[in-house]
Design a protein around this ligand. Structure first.
Ligand SMILES: Nc1ncnc2c1ncn2[C@@H]1O[C@H](COP(=O)(O)OP(=O)(O)OP(=O)(O)O)[C@@H](O)[C@H]1O
Length: 190
């Protein structure tokens, strides 16, 4: 098992409330596990706990020894300030430099000259193909139009087969992509 959470209770980085959880889930190599739940339930905070940026207040969060984690966060306003080309961004991430069309058409463009959706797809590609065993995707279809959502589905469908994926999403189309399990985050507590 790459990731095994048992009754984990966490809280946002630097805060002691709200308490998030308890939640249990596991992700094995090759599995796609979906994490759903209402806005504010704590899904992004749980990803922060898995990557060590938020505390595990009780329960156990176990990553198999040597597991490399790639986190693709929700689109961040500072993304657009990065003065690098798509090609340099993929190189810096250690990602596959040959994404499928139409992503390959954007590689000579600077990130700050791409649309938010184009940056988002490139970030997902980087997360899926950079060295890693477990990929954490935080609401990757946010702000994508129908065409970009279709591209995202293709990237996920054709992902490297042995990686484990934990997919945070509210998007029914994404959740229908063939998740092994769907786990619902309980509402947060103060
Ligand atoms: N830095 C912080 N300090 C205090 N509270 C925070 C902080 N960051 C988030 N929160 C609170 O923690 C709770 C969980 O937030 P989080 O972003 O993890 O939820 P989420 O399930 O990912 O939500 P969404 O579906 O809207 O993205 C929310 O009530 C939020 O207001």
């Amino acid at each position: 098992m790459l990731l095994d959470l048992h009754q984990v209770v966490t809280a946002p980085p630097g805060a002691s409330t709200p308490r998030i959880g308890p939640i249990s889930l596991s992700v094995d190599a090759g599995e796609l596990v979906a994490l759903t739940g209402p806005n504010g339930a704590g899904k992004s905070t749980l990803l922060a706990a898995i990557t060590g940026r938020a505390p595990v207040l009780s329960g156990a969060c176990h990553l198999a020894t040597g597991t490399r984690v790639q986190l693709v966060e929700q689109a961040h306003p500072h993304d657009r300030d990065l003065p690098v080309s798509g090609r340099d961004f993929l190189a810096a991430a250690g990602a596959d430099p040959h994404p499928p069309a139409p992503l390959n058409d954007w590689l000579d463009r600077r990130l700050d000259a791409m649309s938010g959706g184009q940056r988002q797809l490139l970030r997902v590609w980087a997360g899926l193909t950079a060295p890693g065993d477990l990929v954490l995707l935080d609401e990757p279809s946010n702000n994508l139009d129908a065409g970009a959502r279709a591209q995202l589905h293709r990237l996920l469908r054709d992902r490297p087969p042995h990686r484990g994926l934990l997919l945070v999403s509210h998007d029914p189309e994404l959740l229908a992509l063939g998740c092994q399990r769907q786990v619902t985050m309980p509402a947060g507590r103060t």
